[in-house]
Design a protein around this ligand. Sequence first.
Ligand SMILES: Nc1ncnc2c1ncn2[C@@H]1O[C@H](COP(=O)(O)OP(=O)(O)OP(=O)(O)O)[C@@H](O)[C@H]1O
Length: 292
Amino acid sequence: MNAPTREVALSVRDVTVVYETEDPVTAVSSAGFDLHRGEILGLAGESGCGKTTLAYAVNRLHQPPARIASGSVVLHDAVTGTDVDVLALGEEELRAFRWSKLSMVFQGAMNALNPVRSVGAQLDDTLRAHAPRLDRRARRERSADVLTRVGVSPDRLRAYPHELSGGMRQRVMIAMAMLLEPQVMIMDEPTTALDVVVQRDILREIVRLRDEMQFAVVFITHDLPLLLEISDRIAVMRGGVVVELDTAENLYRHATHPYTRKLLGSFPSLSGDRGAFIRSGELDAELSGETA
Ligand SMILES: Nc1ncnc2c1ncn2[C@@H]1O[C@H](COP(=O)(O)OP(=O)(O)OP(=O)(O)O)[C@@H](O)[C@H]1O
């Protein structure tokens, strides 16, 4: 597996998000992290701790009553060499930024496909909107290529969403998220709705693609054992705050925050002989090519 670099792709600093409801809720409070190029950063924490709220802030997806009260999100664009101040982008700039620089896949993303348009037409729409210089043939090739990368045959370009299984539809959404080769992908429980075998297949693909394409991934889930297997570093959130951020291995072996230890202890698969677990699971072995 390629080691991620120390170069920072995305800096998230002191982000605070408030839901301005009758009784305002500060869902994320001064939270932040640096995401390195080519890195998979896991974001862990129990339900309601603010993971999705933070991810939405990074992609500016919040609608009222949510309000980003403070903080900064900066993408260090490797292509142009400039820094993009995400929270300051205007509507037009934001449209150009999403998908092409930073893309997001949600748990229920597969339901976001348009039921009356073929997969190919939907990939083509995104390319036409964001890569107008590509001609029809180049768009078709690119669409076929991303589908192949996520393990879906290019014949499926003609298929309609209802003709595909849930796992395939979710793969199509992951293909869509990588269509414009963004530098950062945020994946919020991207495989939770799928069965375990499909989930593992897709995760294996994500890690392989990260190695191939060197994009950086923020991977959000409450499934800490899974994060320990696939992440380079893990940030643990609690009550809207990042309480600990360390390499997967350090976090597993020497978690310093009592909450992280409690979280590790709450997964039966992680108790017992901890030394035997870390990054030596079946998935990791397969990823490093040790098994077929
Ligand atoms: N629209 C909303 N209005 C008011 N409060 C909200 C809203 N959406 C989320 N919250 C609150 O913000 C906090 C963080 O929620 P968030 O969904 O970000 O957590 P999460 O860690 O992603 O949880 P999960 O793993 O269940 O998705 C929670 O206390 C939640 O109740």
